[in-house]
Each structure stands twice: as structure tokens, then as C-alpha cells.
Design a protein around this ligand. Structure first.
Ligand code: 5RP
Length: 296
């Protein structure tokens, strides 16, 4: 039986103090449920409203491409500097320590490789994403590709339905086919279609006129890094995207294929969270690289 001795009446009701009703810090997310907001807050830093996501899901299509041959040797040392990790479930279960406490953006579609046509993917079971405590599910969409547009949009749509049931946000990843123009008009179209179908985050590519891509997308956008660039150029890319309104980066090759990946991800972090200009971030990269080289 409950202990009812000395049951005291409450006295501190704060009748004259209105309860605060806080807005949520990410655009388009105010009406999400608590679990969704909790997961979004793990991915995006509530102080800056931004995220450095480290993408190392490349092997799910490309196999052991440069930089991800040995995730344990090349990627794990970087994860302390990332806000969120993007990978496929096999790598997550086999190599990523659960004790790292990093939010996971789980690659949640599968079915393609570089040896066949891309994007004939199906989505994984949301219950497995829930078992893995995923903070988001990433699903690729191929807008403008006649063969796979409908399938990949329905993948996204179904992932959103499933994610909604478990409180797991979905990130729509805009694929770029060979025939598609990499311009603001295309990325605005692809990003908007992701958001209209319920994506809570959109991952796309930076391009000239990116302000328009961001402005017409009602949810946060992060950019992919794309192919490896010289470090200064990659930092410029991140800077321009952030200044145009991106909520972060989901970068892979420009980090793990760098000469100094740990220095690079920290420099990217300074651009993303502190609005550091590219030249200063590049200096930071060089200083950290020199330090790492000296202790080798
Ligand atoms: C591809 C992806 C990859 O994770 C992403 O493109 C990797 O990042 P980067 O381009 O920076 O290597 O989502 O669909």
C-alpha cells in the first residue's frame, strides 16, 4: 500500500507565472511528436541548430572504396568529432561501439551496387531501425530517373509512414543521375519532393543559387560533400552551403579521404557550428595536421 503518512498539499502553483511554450529550434519541425523532436535534437546541436554528420555508408553500394576499407582503423577515430554517424546496419552492428553514444542516421534502403543500375532499392524494416535506436532513417530518391523515380519516391513515402509509427525521422537523400542537371532548379525540385512526401531532413548537393533550394524546402537541409576536393575547396563548399542556410553537412569522402581526416572533420565542424571563414578553417586544418604529423 502507498505510504500516505504526512501527505502534504502542494503550495507552489506559480499561479501568476505563465507556463513557457517553447518553439522547436529546427524549421518545419514544430509539429513533430516528442520522440521525433528528441531524435532531431540528437542529430542537430540545439545551440547552433546545425550538424556535422559523418557519412561512411559508401560501402553499401561501392564496397571497400578508398577510406572505408577498414572502418575500425580509419573511421572510428573520427567519430568523436561528429555530431551524427551515417552508416548501414551491418557496419553499425559489426564495428561501431554502442558506447560511443552518437546518434545514428541509418542507411535504410538497399538493393543496388556499382555493378548494376542504381536505385532499384527497397527499404529495410523499420523495426530493425528501432532496435538499432536509429535517430533517423536515410532513404535515397532519384527524381528525374524514369526507371526508378516512382519506386524511390514510394520508398521514401513508406519509410515516412513507418518512421512516424516509431518516432523516427526520415532523411530524403537526393541521388544525382548522369542525365540530371546539377543546378539549383533541379535540387530545389528534388528536395521539395522529398519534403512534400514527408522527409524530416533533406540531404542534397550544394550548387550556385543554393539559397533558393533552402528557402523553398520546409525542413532542414544538409549537404553531401561529393567527390574528394582539395581541403580548402571542401571547406569553401561547406561554408557557402551554411551561409546559404544549410543546417549542416553529411560529409564522407572529403573527410575520410583527406590527408588528415581528424583535422579535416574538426575544421568542417568550425565552419558548420561557428561560421568560421574557409581560410581560417583551412589554417586550423593545417595546424591540426601538423600536430598529428609531429606525434606520429
Ligand atoms: C549517397 C550518400 C552518401 O552517404 C554520401 O553521398 C556520402 O557523402 P560524400 O558525398 O560526402 O562522400 O548518401 O547517396
Amino acid at each position: 500500500m502507498a505510504d500516505l503518512d504526512d501527505l502534504r498539499d502542494g503550495a507552489k502553483f506559480g499561479e501568476n507565472i505563465a507556463q513557457k511554450t517553447e518553439g522547436f529550434f529546427l524549421k518545419g519541425c514544430n509539429n513533430l511528436d516528442w520522440g521525433m523532436k528528441d531524435r532531431m535534437s540528437r542529430i542537430f546541436n540545439p545551440d547552433s541548430g546545425r550538424s556535422v554528420m559523418l557519412a561512411f555508408d559508401h560501402g553499401f553500394i561501392m564496397g571497400p572504396t578508398s577510406g572505408v576499407e577498414r572502418i575500425d582503423l580509419t573511421i572510428l577515430p573520427l567519430i568523436e568529432h561528429a555530431d551524427c554517424l551515417m552508416c548501414a546496419r551491418g557496419i553499425l552492428r559489426s564495428l561501431v561501439p554502442p558506447s560511443s553514444r552518437k546518434p545514428i542516421c541509418l542507411r535504410s534502403d538497399a538493393g543496388s551496387s556499382i555493378l548494376t543500375d542504381l536505385n532499384h532499392n527497397v527499404i529495410i524494416d523499420v523495426q530493425d531501425a528501432a532496435r538499432l535506436n536509429a535517430s533517423a532513417m536515410a532513404v535515397m530518391v532519384a527524381i528525374g530517373d524514369a526507371d526508378t523515380e516512382a519506386l524511390t519516391v514510394s520508398n521514401l513515402y513508406n519509410a515516412v509512414d513507418a518512421g512516424q509509427a516509431y518516432g523516427i525521422p526520415v532523411m530524403g537523400v537526393t541521388a544525382v543521375g548522369k542525365a540530371m542537371a546539377r543546378d539549383a532548379r533541379y535540387f530545389a525540385l528534388a528536395s521539395r519532393i522529398c519534403a512534400e512526401n514527408g522527409a524530416n531532413i533533406v540531404k542534397t548537393y550544394y550548387t550556385e543559387g543554393f539559397e533558393k533550394v533552402v528557402a523553398c524546402c520546409p525542413v532542414p537541409i544538409v549537404i553531401a560533400g561529393g567527390k574528394k576536393l582539395p581541403e580548402l575547396e571542401a571547406l569553401e563548399l561547406a561554408y557557402m552551403a551554411i551561409q546559404a542556410g544549410a543546417a549542416g553537412v553529411d560529409m564522407g569522402r572529403n573527410v575520410f579521404q583527406s590527408d588528415a581526416p581528424a583535422a579535416m572533420i574538426q575544421a568542417v565542424g568550425a565552419v558548420v557550428h561557428k561560421d568560421i571563414k574557409p581560410a581560417e578553417a583551412f589554417q586550423m586544418y593545417q595546424d591540426l595536421k601538423q600536430l598529428a604529423d609531429a606525434t606520429k
